[in-house]
Design a protein around this ligand. Sequence first.
Ligand code: PHE
Ligand code: FE
Length: 285
Amino acid sequence: MSADGPPPGTRSDWTIDQDWQSYTPAEHQVWMTLYERQSRLLPGRACDAFLHGLDALDLHRGGIPDFSRINAELNRLTGWSVVAVPGLVPDAVFFEHLANRRFPAGRFIRRPAQLDYLQEPDIFHDVFGHVPMLTDPTFADYMQAYGEGGLRALDRGQLHNLARLYWYTVEFGLLDTLQGLRIYGAGIVSSHAESLFALDDPSPNRLGFDLERVMRTPYRIDDFQQVYFVIPSLQALLDATLQDFEALYGRLALSGDIPIAAIEPGDQAFTRGTQAYAAAKAKMA
Ligand code: PHE
Ligand code: FE
C-alpha cells in the first residue's frame, strides 16, 4: 500500500469531519431504503450481538446517522467511537485507529443505482455493517487486538495472512448458535443478496473456524464467498487470537495456501457446498 500522506483537507490521521449537515435528502433516502430492507431481513439471520447493537445505536432515526450521536452511546457501551475518513486509508493508519478503539468509516454513501453492489466501502457498509458489533464487549476487544496485531504484522511483512483473518471473521464471519447459523460479518449483513446466500445457498462451503486454516485460505473480493468460517462463540474467536502469532507466521511461511473451495481432512464441515454458483459464474466469464 502507498506511503502517501493524507489527501488535502484530511487530518494527518486521515480523519475528516463527517459534516452531517451537508448530506442531501436523496442521500438520507438511500440510507433509509437500505436500512429498511436489511432490518426486515436480518432478524433470525444476524446474531444477537449484531441485532442488539443495531437497536442500542438506534441507527435508523432520521436517515444517515450523525457520528456524534452514535458515538455517545457506543463510547458508553465499549469505549469505541466512529471517525470519518474519505475512503480506504493506508493499512498502518487503519490499524492505528483500531488499536485505539476508533473505527474509520467512509462518510460518503452509494448512489441509488448502486444499492446492491459497490466495490469501495461506503457509510452504509461501514456503519450499519461494522458498528453494531462494536457494542459487544468481546467483539470490541477482538477488533482492538486485531489493530494491535495488524501493526505488528505490518512490521514483519505478514499482512497477507492476517488480512484473511479479518476477511473471514470481521467481514464474512458466521456464528454457530443453538438456533442455527447466524451472521456476524459486516460484509454479509450490509448486503441483501449475501445475507441470503451466506446462510441458505447450497453452493458455498461452511466450515468450522480454525485460525491457521483460515489464514491459509485465499478469498474473493469480486463476488459471494465460496467458503464461510463458523465460530462457536465470539469469546472463542477472541481466545484463539490471544496467542502471539510469531510462531504461527513462521509456520505459515512454510505451509502453502489451501485452494479456496477445498475441504481438508481436518475440517469440520457444516455444509459441503456444491460450488454450483461459483462454477456457473466462472463459465460466464
Ligand atoms: N495475537 C496476535 C499477534 O500476536 C494479534 C491479533 C489479535 C491478531 C487478534 C488478530 C486478532 O499478533
Ligand atoms: Fe468492511
